[in-house]
Ligand binder design. Sequence first.
Ligand SMILES: [Zn+2]
Length: 312
Amino acid sequence: MRRGWRRTLLVALLAVSRAVAGAAAAPFTVEEVAPGIWVHRGAVADFAPDNRGDIANLAFVVGTRGVLVVDAGGSAAVGRDWVAAVRGVTDRPIRWLVLTHVHPDHVFGAGTVVAAGARVIVGHARLARAFAERGPVYAASMERLLGPEVFAGSEVPAPTRTVAPGERLRLDLGDRTVEIRGWPVAHTDTDLTVLDQATGTLLAGDLVFLDRLPVVDGSLLGWLRVLDELARLPATRVVPGHGPAVAPWPAALAAERRYLRDLHDAVRGLVREGVSLAEAPARIPPPSGWRLVDPDHGRNVTAAYAELEWEE
Ligand SMILES: [Zn+2]
């Protein structure tokens, strides 16, 4: 009896906490940005219980052979909504999952997408090692920031197919082909892009930020070089990793390129002037026109300084 009562209470408590979480979370929506390409827009926000880690843009491409999913959201809870959103659009099998890079807001729903059928997991050649190094720290901080109930069950299976820097992998989705490309160190050391050739749509992951200030977690110089190559891709629209669901290409690159170039020039100036690493962030004013500038701008200055002091 007593045991049964306890179980009932537990179920009731779970129901209440789910109701609270459900009330706080925004409805999980997708929009079709080009024929057969659907995007879920993540919140432009930092990790918090009310967004459950749903702060990155996610996409899927529907072909006659099946569905290719690009990124998986920041928790198993987001991954479940993401799979449900795919199922709301098409009953074709989920066959492929592409993880655009190692950051937690893009990968922790991966286990849920794999459980829904994705047998091919595509990642950068360095992804498994990067995740082995960072995964435990990411998981601990996500559990703290999002809450254990939201984060429970979040996992990131290793890629079954890797793509090296400079390599291009073509996947045949039936009536359309996508080209997945591995990049040298830029936003991170694990960046991939997906180009849907049928519609000229570039799924850029975090190589392209709009609205939210770009975060330099790889190489500023490398990212600037990659942008020059990216701009030449035969696309007419881009789905950025953060910001609106879709934007015109290559015009969408302009603001990010300007910020990264200005950052480069300003930090190089300070290094030449002999300003110390500790003093540098306060010497470069935050840029206008971006959201979530603090504290990422200061971190970017520090990262750029550590990279550029060896250039001089
Ligand atoms: Zn990222």
